[in-house]
Design a protein around this ligand. Structure first.
Ligand SMILES: Cc1cc2nc3c(=O)[nH]c(=O)nc-3n(C[C@H](O)[C@H](O)[C@H](O)COP(=O)(O)OP(=O)(O)OC[C@H]3O[C@@H](n4cnc5c(N)ncnc54)[C@H](O)[C@@H]3O)c2cc1C
Length: 398
């Protein structure tokens, strides 16, 4: 395997860098880099800029407006975006529901939904998990009963990320309660404005409103909003999850965070010396750096295999575990670097227009919230324990 970039790939990287230099709004990048609140309007603004350039849909076929990039190009793009502090593209529309519509939807559905996803005119959220159905997703109970030209939906979804902003939700619902678990499920697109839908916030450990519960009370959904065949939604669900795991290693984010951490640790003083000279801290930092280099190589190997026509298999489970553990460890090291300044919780300092006093050095105000927020990484997208089960079965043959 050749893990050096070719001259064409290096030229592509220069093109990406030039685009980010010119088009990524500085105030948005500054919010990302300083862990300040990003508004819905910031995300949409950036996504519209990407769409103007034709760089919004990395994983779509070209005929629908995708980039047609190779896996290596996607990798380079994602890495550069992380380095420059570009906001993460919200996956729910472009990387989740859209590939399902492209693969299983009718021509009418493609015409109706894809353009507004590409241009970020419609904000989507994901209605998979329920209080009793997370790892065991096929145990979901939200039901949809067909009545003439519509379904009547009743039940509850949970952990719905950014559902408070969403215009539409894609849902897995049970359409045949008598079939085997996976067989009676359907994939429905639901307008959040439909009467009978209630969204309630769930406030997470970091004090943020990022996830929600969504309740459905006799919600009428037109039958034309069914994607694929009735009772065959599990096929769509599984197809979507392969996209959910795309870029799961988060190498670009970890590299950018590690660079920042080293910079900070070179400035913070402990016992009259920069923290980076403390042997215990240095040791942990070196461990992270080595693990990250190993992860990057493994990630590139997987990307190179995909480029050569292979399909990422159980190794994406490995990438997910390693990548998320590293990102969590880096947030822990930031807390260590902040010392006692990691304690105060001052949410007003997360706003870009805050001009009051800071309690400690600038980087310290958000280290604890980031640390708590990043606990989610090992839970969603298939928890790390579930990934270990996959590795045990598929790689170790246990
Ligand atoms: C911040 C956040 C955002 C999310 N966003 C969304 C979203 O937008 N849309 C959506 O649909 N869902 C979302 N989720 C839900 C997420 O997919 C689930 O939390 C996840 O699948 C785990 O399910 P659960 O929470 O029900 O935990 P459970 O499945 O109840 O698991 C509890 C614990 O048991 C372990 N466990 C379970 N089964 C096994 C097993 N067989 N072997 C070993 N260990 C096991 C798990 O690893 C976990 O540690 C989000 C979750 C979080 C935390």
């Amino acid at each position: 395997m050749d893990i050096n970039y070719t001259p064409e790939e290096l030229a592509f990287r220069d093109e990406v860098r030039a685009f980010l230099d010119n088009k990524l709004p500085k105030e948005i990048a500054s919010k990302v880099k300083n862990n300040q609140h990003l508004g819905k309007e910031d995300t949409i603004r950036w996504q519209k800029i990407l769409n103007e350039k034709g760089w919004m849909a990395l994983h779509w076929p070209k005929e629908h407006g995708g980039t047609g990039w190779s896996p290596i190009q996607k990798h380079i793009f994602e890495e550069e975006c992380a380095e420059y502090g570009a906001p993460t593209v919200l996956p729910f529309g472009v990387n989740m529901v859209a590939p399902v519509i492209i693969k299983f939807g009718t021509e009418e559905q493609k015409k109706t939904y894809l353009p507004s996803i590409l241009n970020s005119d419609v904000w989507w959220c994901q209605g998979y998990s329920e209080p009793g159905a997370g790892s065991d997703l096929a145990g979901l109970k939200t039901k949809a009963v067909r009545e003439g030209d519509h379904y009547v939906v009743n039940g509850q979804k949970t952990w719905t990320t950014l559902g408070q902003h969403a215009d539409w939700i894609f849902c897995l619902v049970r359409t045949d309660p008598n079939a085997k678990k996976q067989e009676g499920i359907s994939f429905l697109l639901i307008d959040m404005e439909t009467p009978g839908i209630t969204v309630r916030p769930l406030i997470t450990l970091d004090g943020e409103h990022e996830v929600n519960e969504v309740f459905f009370d006799d919600v009428k959904v037109p039958v034309e909003n069914l994607v694929g065949e009735e009772n065959k939604g599990w096929t769509c669900a599984k197809y979507l999850l392969t996209f959910e795991r795309t870029g799961i290693a988060g190498v670009g984010q970890s590299k950018a965070a590690l660079k920042h951490l080293k910079d900070v640790a070179g400035k913070v003083q402990q016992n009259g010396k920069p923290l980076i000279e403390d042997p215990l801290f240095r040791n942990r930092l070196a461990d992270v750096e080595m693990e990250l280099m190993a992860l990057e190589m493994t990630n590139l190997r997987t990307v190179a295999a995909a480029q050569a026509g292979g399909v990422p298999g159980a190794e994406s489970s490995f990438l997910k575990i390693m990548g998320t553990e590293l990102r969590q460890e880096i947030t822990d090291l930031f807390r260590r670097a902040a010392g006692p300044y990691a304690q105060p919780f001052l949410p007003e300092t997360f706003e870009a227009d805050y001009d009051g006093e800071m309690v400690g050095p600038d980087f310290t105000n958000s280290v604890s919230t980031k640390y708590f927020n990043m606990r989610k990484l090992s839970i969603f997208g298939g928890s790390n324990e579930i990934q270990k089960n996959i590795i045990a079965k598929m790689i170790l043959g246990l």
